[in-house]
Ligand binder design. Structure first.
Ligand code: NI
Ligand code: MN
Length: 229
């Protein structure tokens, strides 16, 4: 089964796999760098890592319009239900948990970050995700610091790691190179940079460091750019 993953700027991605469209952290209509608006995208599933506005984004509008199933943490799931997303369209997880879905398997990983909702409500534990599509494992670190337990995520082998490099709110370029050394993915794509001046980074300089310090192949995309899996 062929699959592709397209960067929609920041930590927003769309995955097309076996006829399913899976959105990750769909911060689109208010994103300075997203190449599409929320009204333009299709989705059967939405993976939502935590409650911050730059990840929650257009989740509610897209979920209501498309009927997509939202896979997120338990607390955000409860909150989305209160915002009118049907309970049967919500999968509430916690770190370490996994769930089988029609497109493949989703495992929620730890992420060292925070998570609050726009109304100030507790947003549960922030998540990363490991997706298994056929036999391909893809790790979305989402918003996190570097952590040595990434070696547990590396154990099954990774086709692709998607890492933040923006610094300030998440790991930056230096720590993300350490993450690549631990994760040992075949390919690595950066995100969560360049959206606003405080997280501006030179992704091409970062890619040179990936090449010289690790075995992974860096893939720097512009928003709208696609990786074939
Ligand atoms: Ni965040
Ligand atoms: Mn963020």
């Amino acid at each position: 089964m062929s699959a592709s993953i397209t960067w929609l700027g920041h930590n927003a991605w769309t995955i097309d796999s076996g006829g399913s469209t899976i959105l990750v952290d769909p911060f689109l209509s208010d994103s300075p760098t997203a190449p599409v608006k929320a009204s333009d995208v299709k989705a059967e599933f939405i993976l939502l890592s935590h409650g911050h506005f730059d990840h929650l984004g257009d989740t509610i509008a897209i979920a209501k319009r498309t009927g997509a199933t939202v896979i997120t943490n338990f607390e955000i799931g409860e909150w989305l239900n209160g915002e009118g997303v049907a309970s049967e369209k919500i999968v509430g997880m916690n770190p370490g948990g996994g769930v089988k879905q029609p497109f493949g398997h989703v495992k929620a990983t730890i992420a060292h970050h925070s998570s609050s909702l726009p109304d100030g409500r507790y947003g549960g534990s922030p998540l990363g995700f490991v997706l298994t599509l056929d036999d391909k494992r893809i790790y979305f670190a989402c918003d996190t610091a570097l952590f040595s337990d990434m070696k547990l995520i590396a154990a099954g082998g990774l086709e692709l790691a998607v890492l933040p490099i923006g610094d300030l709110y998440t790991m930056g370029p230096v720590d993300s190179i350490e993450a690549v050394k631990i994760l040992k993915p075949w390919r690595v794509a950066p995100c969560h940079y360049g959206t606003w001046p405080p997280i501006a980074q030179d992704a091409y300089a970062w890619a040179e460091k990936v090449r010289s310090h690790t075995e992974a192949e860096p893939i720097v995309l512009e928003p709208g750019g696609k990786i074939e899996l």
